[in-house]
Design a protein around this ligand. Structure first.
Ligand SMILES: NC(=O)c1ccc[n+]([C@@H]2O[C@H](COP(=O)([O-])OP(=O)(O)OC[C@H]3O[C@@H](n4cnc5c(N)ncnc54)[C@H](OP(=O)(O)O)[C@@H]3O)[C@@H](O)[C@H]2O)c1
Length: 162
């Protein structure tokens, strides 16, 4: 099951200036818990936002640059090549950013979307998806508190059978 995992604001904002625009520690922890032990597929720009590799995950970086080097990662040149690399993983994750979510939507069976209940100024957005094609199977609200500047809701969608 290929899962896209993302945190997007009410206006679908994902990030700005190649960085995230919020700090939500409980969402980070959930991201870590879900993705640990699995392949994580990302665009080159998202890879370049990481100060270091995320422990206990196999990083697959998608780029059109044929000579691109990403030490400790598998570098591929298309989403198809990325998906070929994860055939033995029952739960690979597509972790962004905006360009990769857009092309990943049709290949994914699940979306783990953290909907952040604020609007942010952004330059990268989660793609619109047809909610009629997806079933919301889990919804969990997390209030705003001293560690979280915004309330948010974990939403799990499964792609309906065609
Ligand atoms: N909120 C969240 O959950 C979340 C998650 C992840 C990222 N983000 C944010 O999203 C932003 C980055 O997203 P982004 O959309 O700018 O970039 P991105 O999707 O991370 O990476 C884009 C790059 O991927 C490569 N690429 C895209 N399509 C390709 C294709 N069809 N074939 C081969 N390579 C392809 C290209 O790399 P080359 O230019 O090297 O060819 C392209 O420049 C940052 O602000 C980051 O913080 C947010």
């Amino acid at each position: 099951m290929i899962t896209m995992i993302a945190a997007a604001a009410e206006n679908n904002a994902l990030g700005k200036d190649n960085d995230l625009v919020w700090h939500l520690p409980d969402d980070f922890k959930r991201f870590k818990d879900l993705t640990s032990g699995h392949h994580i597929i990302m665009g080159r720009k998202t890879y370049e936002t990481f100060p270091k590799l995320l422990p206990n995950r196999i990083h697959i970086v998608i780029t059109r640059k044929k000579d691109y080097k990403a030490p400790g990662c598998i570098v591929v040149h298309s989403l198809k090549d990325a998906l070929d690399q994860v055939k033995d993983d029952e739960h690979p994750y597509i972790i962004g950013g905006g360009e990769i979510y857009k092309i990943g939507l049709e290949f994914s069976q699940k979306i783990e979307l953290t909907r952040v209940h604020c609007d942010y100024d952004a330059d990268t957005f989660f793609p619109e998806f047809d909610e009629k094609e997806w079933e919301l199977v889990h919804e969990e609200f997390h209030p705003k508190d001293e560690r979280h500047e915004c309330a948010f809701t974990y939403l799990t969608y499964i792609k309906k059978d065609n």
